[in-house]
Ligand binder design. Structure first.
Ligand code: UD1
Length: 420
């Protein structure tokens, strides 16, 4: 089984380039199902989740040509061969649910296995279904599958009880080909939604308001092909910002959008880390002074991202004072806490709140990645810990970080991927 073996690596230094966003490329690939014309997506990250999505799309009938050499994927879906998202792929990746809206809009039918993915809470899909129902779809659940059907989708007003990223994306894609106007209220505002909508508008969709909490979609009769470059990954950016901080190093992060990581910049600043925004990236310098504790609360964008909570917590174990972390987005996202405590951290959980006692001298241990971001947190803790850390179940980490080991090595980290 593959493991990461990490030895203490203080003061990471140098330059790292961020890859395209996982959470943007997946809905963009799904959106390509809305047309029979050729779509070309560039700046695609080389990730397990992208491979899974390619497999899923092929199962549906798309011709998918991966040219990872130049980070490009071409997708042409002349005809839908199957409106079913195969169970074994859906179970691997929750984002598979994103093909539901496009399939329903294009063929009037979608049959999707209930999704898997990271085990971070119940993660229902009621809001996706509520939106598709409002557009006129009939929905039935049977034997672990959801079947949606509609002769023609019609525009409607949809109010989301909470601003779900995936539901906003699914409903927007379906509404792009519906008859009439759809307004999504309390929509999610994440940059990945803006990127997907930019792609849809290049295909000929008429969508306004992405990036705000109200998205207005004028349905069109057909969409064409488009070429689109994916935005940089803000979660990978945040992870490397914290890698610089946790090792008390200085890292230049290229191909990043400073506006997308403002909460991480602000919180690192409160701890005493110097973060400077550049035109296409950031410099994070944690070499000077004593770093101090701070509190974080995860929230939908533009709040502090839940996807960076675990990595930030690993960092907080190393600073002076105690910090309070509140996870408001997912109810079961503290699975890294046990593992961090095994490395010498002192973190207590009470419901949605974790109290982190700082200035712990972490020590290497045998730990395992329970999900993607929890795994990243263990890597960061391992860089700071004395001795050797061995992380198993790294397939979770490889779902979402492109060339993670190589990029960290480029900054001076002592990390290897080994088959044991
Ligand atoms: C996306 C991201 C994920 C990130 C999350 C929150 C992708 C591929 N994944 O996931 O990395 O952690 O946003 O920023 O983009 N909910 C419901 N009913 C629904 C849908 C969601 O109650 O129908 C709840 C979820 O259980 C969760 C919260 O809403 O508590 C947020 O989920 P959502 O925004 O939908 O996350 P995802 O789109 O799954």
């Amino acid at each position: 089984m593959a493991k990461y073996i990490i030895r203490q690596s203080l003061s990471l230094t140098g330059e790292v380039a961020i890859s395209g966003s996982k959470n943007a490329v997946l809905p963009i690939m799904a959106a390509a199902l809305l047309t029979d014309a050729r779509c070309e997506i560039t700046d695609v990250p080389a990730l397990r989740d992208v491979d899974v999505m390619c497999g899923l799309m092929r199962g549906i009938g798309a011709r998918v040509n991966e040219r990872y050499g130049d980070r490009t994927i071409e997708i042409t879906t002349e005809a839908i061969a199957s409106e079913e998202a195969p169970n074994e792929l859906v179970k691997k990746m929750r984002a598979s649910i994103l093909v539901m809206g496009p399939l329903l809009a294009r063929t009037g039918r979608a049959r999707i296995a209930l999704p898997g993915g990271c085990a971070i809470g119940t993660r229902p899909i009621d809001l996706h279904l509520k939106g598709l129902k409002a557009l006129g779809a009939r929905i039935v659940s049977k034997d672990g599958y959801v079947i949606a059907a509609a002769e023609r989708l019609r525009g409607a007003n949809v109010y989301l009880d909470s601003p779900s990223v995936g539901a906003t994306e699914n409903i927007t894609m379906a509404a792009a080909l519906a008859e009439g106007t759809t307004v999504i209220e309390n929509a999610a505002e994440e940059p990945e939604i803006v990127d997907m909508v930019n792609f849809l508008n290049k295909m000929g969709a008429r969508i306004k308001g992405a990036g705000t909490n109200t998205i207005r979609i004028e349905g069109v009769a057909r969409l064409g092909g488009a070429k689109h470059g994916v935005i940089p990954d803000r979660i990978e950016t945040g992870t490397f910002m914290i890698a610089a901080a946790v090792t008390r190093g200085k890292v230049l992060i290229r191909n990043a959008v400073p506006d997308h990581v403002k909460p991480v910049t602000a919180k690192l600043g409160e701890c005493g880390v110097d973060v400077r925004a550049l035109d296409d990236g950031l410099i994070v310098d944690a070499r000077h002074g004593v770093l101090r504790a701070t509190d974080i609360k995860t929230l939908p964008y533009p709040g502090f991202p839940t996807d960076i909570q675990s990595q930030f917590m690993a960092f907080l174990t190393t600073v002076r004072g105690s910090s309070v972390v509140t996870e408001n987005v997912f109810e079961n996202r503290y699975m890294h806490v046990n593992e961090l405590n095994r490395m010498g951290a002192n973190i207590k959980i009470e419901g949605r709140v974790a109290i982190v006692e700082g200035e712990r001298l972490l020590r290497g241990a045998e730990v395992f990645a329970t999900d993607l971001r929890a795994g990243a947190a263990l890597v960061l803790a391992g860089l700071s810990a004395r001795g050797t850390t061995r992380i198993s179940e790294i397939h979770h980490i490889e779902r979402g970080y492109s060339a993670f080991v190589e990029k960290l090595k480029g900054l001076g980290a002592d990390i290897v991927r080994a088959e044991e």
